[in-house]
Design a protein around this ligand. Structure first.
Ligand code: HEC
Length: 131
């Protein structure tokens, strides 16, 4: 009589634990491309990117019908250094790698904003193993 009572209790405790785990999971922030939430230090860049670049380059820089992904070997730091981002935003880009057409210059972003965007993009790239 004693043992079955005990194992029922154990199962109850186990189920409770499982329930708590599931509850915690659903409250986690949405994971980024490579898994894991965006670290605090890149969140300003993420917000600025989403407001000015994501319409073409996609959420989390995965690309859209209007622009290429930055999570791509082409844009690794050695091929497109941080300066390429400053120039792209300031002057626009003539289509050369893709068939999306030209990128117009982006009004209303400062070089400081672009610095933050680049930090965020480099982080996304590292998550995807591009560096
Ligand atoms: C209206 C769409 C659009 C917006 C908005 C946009 N881009 Fe682009 N961008 C493009 C397209 C299209 C290309 C690809 C041109 C090519 O190489 O064919 C591109 C290319 C680039 C490149 C590569 C430049 C190079 O030297 O090859 C960088 C860097 C870039 N964009 C940064 C940005 C940043 C930063 C923002 C936001 C501040 C932004 N873009 C907003 C469309 C856009």
């Amino acid at each position: 009589m004693k043992m079955p009572m005990m194992s029922k209790l154990m199962i109850g405790v186990w189920l409770l634990g499982l329930g708590l785990l599931v509850a915690c999971d659903s409250s986690e922030p949405k994971p980024a491309v490579g898994g894991g939430p965006v670290p605090a230090e890149f969140q300003v860049g993420e917000t600025t990117f989403n407001a000015n670049c994501a319409a073409c380059h996609g959420n989390q820089a995965v690309g859209t019908d209007h622009g290429p992904p930055f999570v791509n070997k082409i844009y690794e730091p050695n091929h497109h250094g941080d300066q390429a981002f400053q120039l792209a935003a300031a002057n626009g880009v003539k289509a050369h790698h893709w068939e999306f057409g030209n990128m117009p210059k982006v009004e209303g972003v400062t070089p400081g904003d672009i610095d933050q965007i680049v930090k965020y993009v480099r982080w996304l790239q590292r998550q995807a193993g591009i560096q």
